[in-house]
Every structure is written in C-alpha cells, then in structure tokens.
Design a protein around this ligand. Structure first.
Ligand code: TUI
Length: 314
C-alpha cells in the first residue's frame, strides 16, 4: 500500500516505528527501514556522542531513509538539533515539546521535519513553520502522552493542515492502520508492536510483559509533573501514583523517584523498579516477529480491509 507519504519520504510502506526512548536504536530502526517503513532512532535523553554513533551505525546497515527523534525535554536537545544538520539526517521527528526554534535551520539544511502534535493548535503552528508532515498522537500511546484520543485527534488535525498526517496511539494491527487511513491519515506510527520485534533488543522480561498484557494493564502517572506517562501497571507505577497523590511529596521528590526507571525496565528487566512504557494496544500484541513480518502483516490486513473502501485512502 502506498500513500503520498511514501513518495514524500521515499519509503515503500506508510509505517513509522516510534522513536521510543532507550529502545529505538540503530538496529531496530535499520530493520524497519529495510522492511520498507521509516525506522527512527531515539535521541531521548542521550548525549550527542551516543546519537552520532547510532547514526553512523544505521548507515552501515542500510541506505534506506531513516529518522532521528528528538525528545525536546532532553538536556541535550540543542546539541542533537545541531548534530542532525551536521550528519545530514534525512528526517527528524520531535516529541514532548514545540520544535519551533529549530525548524528554520533544519528546513534550510534540507531536513524533513515531522513533529508529534497533541492538538490542532500545535499542528497548525508547525505546519505554518514548514513541517513536512505531522504525527497526531493520541493518549492511548505509551510513554509521554497528550490529553486527546487518537480517534478524536486525527480527523481534527487532518481538517486543519494541508500536509500529511501520521496517526499514532492505539494502533497495533491492520485494523488500526485501516481505521487511521479512514480518519484521513496518510500513515501510521507504531511503538508498542515494535517493542516485541525480533530486532528490538530490550530485556526479554519487558517483551514478555507486553506479550502478556491485557487491555486494562496500562495506566498513566506523572500528571502532577506536567508530563503524564503511560506504562504497564507494575509495582513501580503503583508506587509512583501513591507518591503523586501524597501532597507532602514535592515535584522534585517525584522526579527523583522516576529517574532511571525506564532504563531499569529496558536494560535490566527490573520487574519491581522498572517503568515499562507501553500503549493501551499492548493487549493486541501477541507474538514476537521480525520487523519485516510485522510490516507485511500490517499492510496485508489493512489492504484486505480497505479493498472496496480503499479509494478513500489519501
Ligand atoms: O514524546 C513522546 N513520548 C515519550 S517521550 C519519553 S521520555 C520521557 N520520560 C519521562 C518523562 C517524560 C518524557 C517517553 N515517551 N511522544 C510524543 C509526544 N509529544 N506526546 C505528547 C507530545 C507533546 C506534548 C506537548 C508534544 C508537544 C507538546 O507541546 C506542549 C508544549 O507547550 O510544549
């Protein structure tokens, strides 16, 4: 299945792999890009040398297009913003903030800029600033989430911008892909499904938790900090919520409690202290597959559903 997004980015399938912090490295991104989607390296909170290394690595693995995701709350965001220009990264996605101050330089450098937007207001703003496309991410997704749901957000964003919209949040199979295209999206971004890709090197305990998760097994914490995060319900998330509801705990204490918890989940598989970020669609994720198998299955299922209705896909 091809959409205008495929021509714009020179990819075969309109599928992005989310730029998941601590998870989305060059190996996973290369596997997705080789399979015809857009692989994304997460800069997350990592320093510039790590991200440079991953960019160099992906170039040894594939000559297909890829992206770097810049987490705008990172203390290194300014350095990574310069790095992507130096390294001539073809596509940049952003999350957890407004990328306005960087966009002019990126666009002048020929970088395609695709910000995650949680609202129509932000979508209009980045479109006016020259974004190539926007990712409309609903609060069903894992990690740092906005308020609106994918179902409500995607068509409203499609109505206010003239650039392609990529739907994210709650999509894990071909039904989600087909639905997103019917809402007006030109592509999809999936995180949770790619957590269990064979080429995804997170701890096996993390993968097993995602595979075992049911519909109601995620929750959000961190509203009081201004950046709610969705993760699997574990001793960590329950303890975090308890602290959050305890008015005697300061914001600094809460931040300190959460620090390092994602790394503990991804690297150590720490069932007690780890924060296992995942989306509400974890219950749809049933088995480990290669990135190629995931993308092929998504496209085959969506095409079958859209046969007949496919004429509406943009
Ligand atoms: O960024 C994400 N997901 C993430 S980032 C992350 S790392 C992290 N860890 C702990 C605490 C906080 C972050 C884990 N998952 N998704 C994209 C996304 N962007 N979702 C929501 C937004 C967003 C929110 C507000 C984008 C822009 C925005 O602008 C508001 C403003 O005024 O800056």
């Amino acid at each position: 299945m091809r959409t205008k997004l495929c021509d714009l980015l020179e990819i075969e399938h309109p599928v992005f792999q989310g730029g998941m912090a601590w998870v989305a490295d060059a190996s996973l991104a290369a596997a997705v890009s080789k399979a015809g989607g857009l692989g994304i390296i997460a800069a997350a909170n990592a320093p510039v040398d790590y991200v440079r290394g991953e960019i160099h690595k992906i170039r040894t693995l594939t000559d297909k297009p890829f992206a770097v995701n810049i987490m705008l709350m990172s203390p290194f965001a300014d350095d990574i913003a310069k790095l992507v220009i130096e390294e001539k990264v073809p596509v940049v996605t952003t999350g957890a903030g407004l990328p306005s101050k960087y966009m002019k330089d990126w666009i002048e450098a020929g970088i395609k800029v695709i910000p995650v937007v949680p609202s129509t207001g932000m979508a209009k703003l980045v479109a006016r600033a020259g974004a190539t496309a926007v990712i409309a991410e609903g609060g069903e997704s894992g990690g740092h989430v906005g308020e609106l749901t994918t179902m409500a957000l995607v068509p409203q964003v499609c109505d206010v911008v003239n650039i392609p919209v990529i739907a994210a949040g709650g999509i894990a199979d071909g039904r989600g892909v087909a639905a997103a295209l019917m809402l007006g999206a030109s592509g999809v971004q999936l995180g949770t499904r790619f957590l269990v890709a064979k080429e995804c090197s997170i701890h096996p305990i993390y993968k097993n938790k995602v595979l075992a998760a049911k519909d109601i097994d995620t929750m959000t914490t961190g509203k009081r900090l201004g950046h709610p995060v969705r993760a699997l319900k574990t001793p960590f998330t329950r303890a975090f919520l308890k602290n959050e509801n305890d008015v005697s705990k300061t914001v600094e204490e809460l931040e300190a409690f959460g620090a390092g918890a994602l790394r503990k989940a991804v690297v150590e598989g720490d069932e007690k202290g780890g924060c296992f970020m995942a989306g509400q669609c974890a219950g749809l994720v049933k088995c480990e597959q290669s990135a190629k198998e995931i993308i092929t299955e998504l496209m085959t299922e969506a095409e079958a559903l859209l046969a007949g209705g496919g004429k509406w896909a943009k």
